[in-house]
Design a protein around this ligand. Structure first.
Ligand code: ATP
Ligand code: MG
Ligand code: FE
Length: 345
Protein backbone atom coordinates (compact mmCIF):
# COMPACT_ATOMS: atom_id res chain seq x y z
CA UNK A 1 0.00 0.00 0.00
CA UNK A 2 1.12 3.56 -0.73
CA UNK A 3 0.97 5.74 2.39
CA UNK A 4 1.05 9.55 2.44
CA UNK A 5 2.42 11.00 5.70
CA UNK A 6 1.81 14.55 6.94
CA UNK A 7 3.66 16.13 9.89
CA UNK A 8 2.97 19.58 11.38
CA UNK A 9 3.36 19.28 15.16
CA UNK A 10 6.06 21.90 15.66
CA UNK A 11 8.09 23.98 13.19
CA UNK A 12 8.60 21.45 10.37
CA UNK A 13 6.02 20.88 7.64
CA UNK A 14 6.77 17.34 6.44
CA UNK A 15 5.20 15.32 3.64
CA UNK A 16 6.38 11.87 2.53
CA UNK A 17 5.42 8.77 0.61
CA UNK A 18 6.14 5.30 2.04
CA UNK A 19 5.34 1.86 0.66
CA UNK A 20 5.70 -0.97 3.16
CA UNK A 21 8.92 -0.07 5.00
CA UNK A 22 10.40 1.74 2.03
CA UNK A 23 10.76 5.51 1.89
CA UNK A 24 9.89 6.76 -1.60
CA UNK A 25 10.23 10.49 -1.05
CA UNK A 26 10.35 12.98 1.80
CA UNK A 27 10.05 16.78 1.69
CA UNK A 28 10.47 19.03 4.72
CA UNK A 29 9.86 22.78 4.91
CA UNK A 30 11.08 24.33 8.16
CA UNK A 31 10.16 27.65 9.76
CA UNK A 32 13.08 27.39 12.21
CA UNK A 33 14.75 30.55 10.82
CA UNK A 34 11.63 32.58 11.56
CA UNK A 35 11.80 31.53 15.23
CA UNK A 36 15.55 31.98 15.71
CA UNK A 37 15.39 35.65 16.69
CA UNK A 38 12.84 34.80 19.41
CA UNK A 39 15.09 32.07 20.83
CA UNK A 40 12.35 29.45 20.57
CA UNK A 41 9.35 28.34 18.52
CA UNK A 42 6.55 30.95 18.46
CA UNK A 43 3.28 28.98 18.12
CA UNK A 44 1.40 31.55 16.01
CA UNK A 45 4.34 31.92 13.63
CA UNK A 46 4.56 28.12 13.30
CA UNK A 47 0.83 27.74 12.50
CA UNK A 48 0.96 30.41 9.82
CA UNK A 49 4.09 28.89 8.28
CA UNK A 50 2.37 25.48 8.09
CA UNK A 51 -0.62 27.06 6.36
CA UNK A 52 1.64 28.61 3.75
CA UNK A 53 3.93 25.60 3.30
CA UNK A 54 1.59 22.62 3.36
CA UNK A 55 0.12 22.64 -0.15
CA UNK A 56 3.46 23.47 -1.88
CA UNK A 57 5.15 20.75 0.19
CA UNK A 58 2.56 18.15 -0.84
CA UNK A 59 3.03 19.26 -4.44
CA UNK A 60 6.83 18.93 -4.21
CA UNK A 61 6.55 15.46 -2.65
CA UNK A 62 4.35 14.38 -5.56
CA UNK A 63 6.78 15.85 -8.10
CA UNK A 64 9.85 14.27 -6.51
CA UNK A 65 8.34 10.79 -6.31
CA UNK A 66 6.25 10.91 -9.46
CA UNK A 67 3.23 9.76 -7.42
CA UNK A 68 -0.17 11.39 -7.64
CA UNK A 69 -2.50 11.86 -4.69
CA UNK A 70 -4.94 9.63 -6.57
CA UNK A 71 -2.45 6.72 -6.14
CA UNK A 72 -2.50 6.96 -2.33
CA UNK A 73 -4.04 4.02 -0.40
CA UNK A 74 -4.08 5.63 3.05
CA UNK A 75 -3.17 8.92 4.73
CA UNK A 76 -1.29 9.21 8.02
CA UNK A 77 -1.10 12.45 9.98
CA UNK A 78 0.41 13.52 13.30
CA UNK A 79 -2.55 13.84 15.67
CA UNK A 80 -0.39 14.88 18.67
CA UNK A 81 1.40 15.75 20.85
CA UNK A 82 2.61 19.18 19.75
CA UNK A 83 1.47 22.78 19.31
CA UNK A 84 -2.34 22.86 19.03
CA UNK A 85 -2.54 25.37 16.18
CA UNK A 86 0.27 23.72 14.25
CA UNK A 87 -1.26 20.25 14.59
CA UNK A 88 -4.61 21.62 13.47
CA UNK A 89 -3.21 22.59 10.06
CA UNK A 90 -1.92 19.10 9.24
CA UNK A 91 -4.93 17.31 10.71
CA UNK A 92 -7.42 19.50 8.79
CA UNK A 93 -5.55 19.00 5.52
CA UNK A 94 -5.31 15.23 6.05
CA UNK A 95 -9.02 14.99 6.79
CA UNK A 96 -9.82 16.94 3.63
CA UNK A 97 -7.59 14.62 1.58
CA UNK A 98 -9.06 11.52 3.18
CA UNK A 99 -12.57 12.70 2.43
CA UNK A 100 -11.83 13.91 -1.09
CA UNK A 101 -9.84 10.80 -2.10
CA UNK A 102 -12.12 8.46 -0.14
CA UNK A 103 -9.11 6.81 1.52
CA UNK A 104 -8.65 5.80 5.20
CA UNK A 105 -7.07 8.25 7.64
CA UNK A 106 -4.70 7.24 10.46
CA UNK A 107 -4.02 9.81 13.19
CA UNK A 108 -0.65 8.82 14.64
CA UNK A 109 1.35 9.73 17.72
CA UNK A 110 4.36 11.94 16.93
CA UNK A 111 6.57 10.31 19.58
CA UNK A 112 5.85 6.75 18.42
CA UNK A 113 6.50 8.03 14.89
CA UNK A 114 9.99 9.23 15.94
CA UNK A 115 10.70 5.65 17.07
CA UNK A 116 9.14 4.18 13.92
CA UNK A 117 11.35 6.25 11.58
CA UNK A 118 13.98 3.56 12.12
CA UNK A 119 12.06 0.93 10.11
CA UNK A 120 12.78 2.99 6.98
CA UNK A 121 16.53 2.45 7.49
CA UNK A 122 16.69 -0.95 9.21
CA UNK A 123 13.46 -2.80 8.51
CA UNK A 124 10.87 -4.06 11.03
CA UNK A 125 11.61 -3.27 14.67
CA UNK A 126 12.45 -6.25 16.87
CA UNK A 127 9.59 -6.55 19.36
CA UNK A 128 9.80 -6.07 22.21
CA UNK A 129 12.45 -3.38 22.05
CA UNK A 130 13.41 -0.60 24.43
CA UNK A 131 13.26 2.83 22.78
CA UNK A 132 14.87 6.05 23.97
CA UNK A 133 13.10 9.08 22.53
CA UNK A 134 15.04 12.34 22.90
CA UNK A 135 13.63 15.43 21.23
CA UNK A 136 13.02 19.12 21.74
CA UNK A 137 9.91 18.66 23.87
CA UNK A 138 10.18 15.09 25.16
CA UNK A 139 12.56 12.60 26.74
CA UNK A 140 11.07 9.14 27.26
CA UNK A 141 12.18 5.59 27.84
CA UNK A 142 9.67 3.26 26.19
CA UNK A 143 8.96 -0.43 26.10
CA UNK A 144 7.73 -1.10 22.57
CA UNK A 145 5.78 -4.37 22.40
CA UNK A 146 4.13 -3.46 19.08
CA UNK A 147 5.01 -0.16 17.44
CA UNK A 148 1.54 0.17 15.90
CA UNK A 149 -0.49 -0.48 19.03
CA UNK A 150 1.39 -1.28 22.23
CA UNK A 151 3.90 1.21 23.60
CA UNK A 152 4.45 1.47 27.37
CA UNK A 153 6.20 4.38 29.03
CA UNK A 154 8.92 3.22 31.44
CA UNK A 155 9.98 6.73 32.36
CA UNK A 156 10.24 10.31 31.16
CA UNK A 157 11.78 13.60 32.14
CA UNK A 158 10.33 15.11 35.28
CA UNK A 159 11.26 18.64 34.14
CA UNK A 160 13.09 19.78 30.96
CA UNK A 161 13.48 17.67 27.83
CA UNK A 162 17.05 16.93 26.73
CA UNK A 163 16.70 19.12 23.60
CA UNK A 164 15.31 21.94 25.71
CA UNK A 165 18.40 21.69 27.94
CA UNK A 166 20.65 21.98 24.86
CA UNK A 167 18.70 25.05 23.74
CA UNK A 168 18.85 26.72 27.19
CA UNK A 169 22.54 26.02 27.75
CA UNK A 170 23.29 27.36 24.26
CA UNK A 171 21.63 30.61 25.24
CA UNK A 172 23.79 30.87 28.38
CA UNK A 173 26.87 30.34 26.21
CA UNK A 174 25.57 32.97 23.75
CA UNK A 175 25.25 30.41 20.96
CA UNK A 176 22.36 30.66 18.43
CA UNK A 177 19.01 28.81 18.49
CA UNK A 178 18.40 25.89 18.08
CA UNK A 179 21.23 25.12 20.43
CA UNK A 180 21.94 21.42 19.88
CA UNK A 181 24.08 21.62 16.74
CA UNK A 182 25.96 24.68 18.04
CA UNK A 183 26.76 23.02 21.37
CA UNK A 184 27.94 19.96 19.48
CA UNK A 185 30.23 22.07 17.28
CA UNK A 186 31.65 24.00 20.26
CA UNK A 187 32.15 20.73 22.17
CA UNK A 188 34.32 19.29 19.42
CA UNK A 189 37.37 21.28 20.60
CA UNK A 190 36.59 21.04 24.34
CA UNK A 191 37.47 18.58 27.11
CA UNK A 192 34.40 16.54 28.17
CA UNK A 193 36.07 15.79 31.52
CA UNK A 194 36.93 19.45 32.27
CA UNK A 195 33.91 20.04 34.52
CA UNK A 196 31.92 17.38 36.35
CA UNK A 197 28.29 18.46 35.86
CA UNK A 198 25.48 16.59 37.69
CA UNK A 199 23.71 13.53 36.23
CA UNK A 200 20.04 13.95 37.22
CA UNK A 201 18.18 11.24 39.18
CA UNK A 202 21.14 8.87 39.38
CA UNK A 203 21.70 9.10 43.15
CA UNK A 204 20.79 5.95 45.09
CA UNK A 205 17.93 7.76 46.86
CA UNK A 206 16.31 8.64 43.51
CA UNK A 207 16.47 5.17 42.02
CA UNK A 208 13.47 3.69 43.87
CA UNK A 209 10.99 6.16 42.43
CA UNK A 210 12.80 7.48 39.36
CA UNK A 211 15.00 4.70 38.05
CA UNK A 212 13.93 5.25 34.41
CA UNK A 213 13.13 8.96 34.70
CA UNK A 214 15.33 11.85 33.65
CA UNK A 215 15.89 15.34 35.00
CA UNK A 216 17.83 18.06 33.20
CA UNK A 217 16.88 21.25 35.05
CA UNK A 218 19.51 20.72 37.77
CA UNK A 219 22.15 20.25 35.09
CA UNK A 220 21.06 23.43 33.35
CA UNK A 221 21.19 25.37 36.63
CA UNK A 222 24.65 23.96 37.38
CA UNK A 223 25.92 25.19 34.00
CA UNK A 224 24.37 28.64 34.52
CA UNK A 225 25.93 28.94 37.97
CA UNK A 226 29.33 27.77 36.77
CA UNK A 227 29.35 30.29 33.91
CA UNK A 228 28.13 33.15 36.12
CA UNK A 229 30.85 32.51 38.70
CA UNK A 230 33.45 32.81 35.97
CA UNK A 231 31.91 36.01 34.67
CA UNK A 232 31.66 37.56 38.16
CA UNK A 233 35.33 36.77 38.74
CA UNK A 234 36.10 38.58 35.46
CA UNK A 235 37.53 35.40 33.94
CA UNK A 236 36.87 34.27 30.35
CA UNK A 237 34.32 31.45 29.92
CA UNK A 238 35.89 28.36 28.30
CA UNK A 239 32.92 27.78 26.01
CA UNK A 240 34.31 24.63 24.38
CA UNK A 241 34.98 22.93 27.73
CA UNK A 242 31.57 23.88 29.14
CA UNK A 243 29.82 22.65 25.98
CA UNK A 244 31.79 19.38 25.93
CA UNK A 245 31.24 18.72 29.64
CA UNK A 246 27.53 19.49 29.39
CA UNK A 247 27.14 17.33 26.26
CA UNK A 248 28.96 14.49 28.06
CA UNK A 249 26.65 14.72 31.09
CA UNK A 250 23.56 14.47 28.87
CA UNK A 251 24.88 11.59 26.75
CA UNK A 252 26.07 9.74 29.86
CA UNK A 253 22.77 9.80 31.73
CA UNK A 254 20.65 9.15 28.62
CA UNK A 255 22.58 6.03 27.63
CA UNK A 256 23.13 4.70 31.17
CA UNK A 257 19.40 4.61 31.96
CA UNK A 258 18.47 3.19 28.54
CA UNK A 259 20.88 0.30 29.04
CA UNK A 260 19.67 -0.22 32.59
CA UNK A 261 16.12 -0.51 31.18
CA UNK A 262 17.24 -3.13 28.63
CA UNK A 263 18.94 -5.17 31.37
CA UNK A 264 16.02 -4.83 33.77
CA UNK A 265 13.48 -6.03 31.20
CA UNK A 266 15.79 -8.63 29.68
CA UNK A 267 15.71 -6.96 26.25
CA UNK A 268 18.70 -7.01 23.91
CA UNK A 269 17.56 -4.36 21.42
CA UNK A 270 17.68 -0.59 21.89
CA UNK A 271 16.30 1.96 19.44
CA UNK A 272 17.12 5.66 19.77
CA UNK A 273 15.17 8.43 18.01
CA UNK A 274 14.22 12.12 18.11
CA UNK A 275 16.07 15.32 17.21
CA UNK A 276 18.77 15.05 19.90
CA UNK A 277 19.81 11.70 18.38
CA UNK A 278 21.59 13.83 15.76
CA UNK A 279 24.22 14.41 18.49
CA UNK A 280 27.39 12.56 17.58
CA UNK A 281 28.61 12.08 21.17
CA UNK A 282 25.25 10.52 22.11
CA UNK A 283 25.48 8.18 19.11
CA UNK A 284 29.09 7.20 19.87
CA UNK A 285 28.53 6.60 23.59
CA UNK A 286 25.37 4.57 22.90
CA UNK A 287 27.32 2.40 20.44
CA UNK A 288 30.17 1.88 22.88
CA UNK A 289 27.95 0.97 25.83
CA UNK A 290 25.58 -1.22 23.83
CA UNK A 291 28.54 -3.17 22.45
CA UNK A 292 29.84 -3.72 26.00
CA UNK A 293 26.41 -4.83 27.20
CA UNK A 294 25.66 -7.13 24.26
CA UNK A 295 22.73 -4.97 23.13
CA UNK A 296 22.13 -4.33 19.45
CA UNK A 297 21.58 -0.66 18.80
CA UNK A 298 19.44 0.87 16.07
CA UNK A 299 19.78 4.54 15.22
CA UNK A 300 18.40 5.98 11.97
CA UNK A 301 20.28 8.43 9.75
CA UNK A 302 20.26 11.98 11.11
CA UNK A 303 17.68 13.29 8.63
CA UNK A 304 15.12 10.80 9.96
CA UNK A 305 15.81 11.80 13.59
CA UNK A 306 14.48 15.35 13.29
CA UNK A 307 10.84 16.05 12.42
CA UNK A 308 9.66 14.81 9.02
CA UNK A 309 6.67 13.29 7.23
CA UNK A 310 8.49 10.02 6.55
CA UNK A 311 8.24 8.80 10.14
CA UNK A 312 4.51 9.57 10.17
CA UNK A 313 3.96 7.65 6.93
CA UNK A 314 6.12 4.81 8.33
CA UNK A 315 3.93 4.46 11.42
CA UNK A 316 0.74 4.69 9.36
CA UNK A 317 2.16 1.97 7.15
CA UNK A 318 2.70 -0.34 10.16
CA UNK A 319 -0.97 0.16 11.10
CA UNK A 320 -2.09 -0.66 7.56
CA UNK A 321 0.21 -3.71 7.40
CA UNK A 322 -1.33 -5.02 10.64
CA UNK A 323 -4.85 -4.39 9.40
CA UNK A 324 -5.74 -1.93 12.16
CA UNK A 325 -8.93 0.09 11.70
CA UNK A 326 -8.45 3.73 10.63
CA UNK A 327 -9.14 6.70 12.89
CA UNK A 328 -12.47 8.46 12.62
CA UNK A 329 -12.78 11.52 10.38
CA UNK A 330 -13.33 13.66 13.46
CA UNK A 331 -10.06 12.70 15.08
CA UNK A 332 -8.69 15.55 17.20
CA UNK A 333 -5.51 17.58 17.09
CA UNK A 334 -4.45 16.49 20.59
CA UNK A 335 -1.65 18.69 21.91
CA UNK A 336 -1.06 16.46 24.95
CA UNK A 337 -1.61 13.01 23.38
CA UNK A 338 0.07 10.44 25.67
CA UNK A 339 2.72 8.22 24.09
CA UNK A 340 0.75 5.09 25.00
CA UNK A 341 -1.98 6.25 22.60
CA UNK A 342 -0.20 5.27 19.39
CA UNK A 343 -3.23 5.78 17.14
CA UNK A 344 -5.96 8.40 17.54
CA UNK A 345 -9.40 6.84 17.76
P1 ATP B 1 8.99 16.85 20.05
O1 ATP B 1 9.35 15.75 19.10
O2 ATP B 1 9.27 16.52 21.47
O3 ATP B 1 7.61 17.35 19.83
P2 ATP B 1 10.51 18.59 18.36
O4 ATP B 1 9.79 17.83 17.31
O5 ATP B 1 10.56 20.07 18.30
O6 ATP B 1 9.96 18.10 19.76
P3 ATP B 1 12.88 17.49 17.28
O7 ATP B 1 12.70 18.23 16.00
O8 ATP B 1 12.76 16.02 17.29
O9 ATP B 1 11.99 18.09 18.43
O10 ATP B 1 14.30 17.90 17.87
C1 ATP B 1 14.68 19.25 18.04
C2 ATP B 1 15.67 19.33 19.20
O11 ATP B 1 16.86 18.58 18.86
C3 ATP B 1 16.13 20.74 19.51
O12 ATP B 1 16.02 20.94 20.90
C4 ATP B 1 17.60 20.76 19.07
O13 ATP B 1 18.42 21.62 19.84
C5 ATP B 1 17.99 19.31 19.26
N1 ATP B 1 19.13 18.94 18.42
C6 ATP B 1 19.23 18.99 17.06
N2 ATP B 1 20.46 18.62 16.65
C7 ATP B 1 21.17 18.34 17.78
C8 ATP B 1 22.51 17.90 18.04
N3 ATP B 1 23.38 17.72 17.05
N4 ATP B 1 22.87 17.71 19.34
C9 ATP B 1 21.98 17.89 20.34
N5 ATP B 1 20.73 18.31 20.17
C10 ATP B 1 20.31 18.52 18.90
MG1 MG C 1 11.98 21.35 14.80
FE1 FE D 1 9.63 15.75 17.05
Amino acid sequence: SLILGVESSCDETGVAFVRGNELLGDVVASSVDEHARFGGVVPEVASRAHLEALVPTIRRACEETGHRLADVDAIAVTSGPGLAGALMVGVSAAKALSWALDKPLYGVNHLAAHVCADVLDHGPLPEPTVALLVSGGHTNLLLVRDIASDVVELGSTIDDAAGEAFDKVARVLELPYPGGPHIERAAATGDPQAIRFPRGLTARKDLDKHRFDYSFSGLKTAVVRWVQERQLAGEPVPVADVAASFNEAVADVLTAKAIDACRTYGITDLQIGGGVTANSRLRALAEERCAEAGISLRVPRVRLCTDNGAMVAALGSQMVQRGLPPSSLDLPADSSMPVSEVKAS
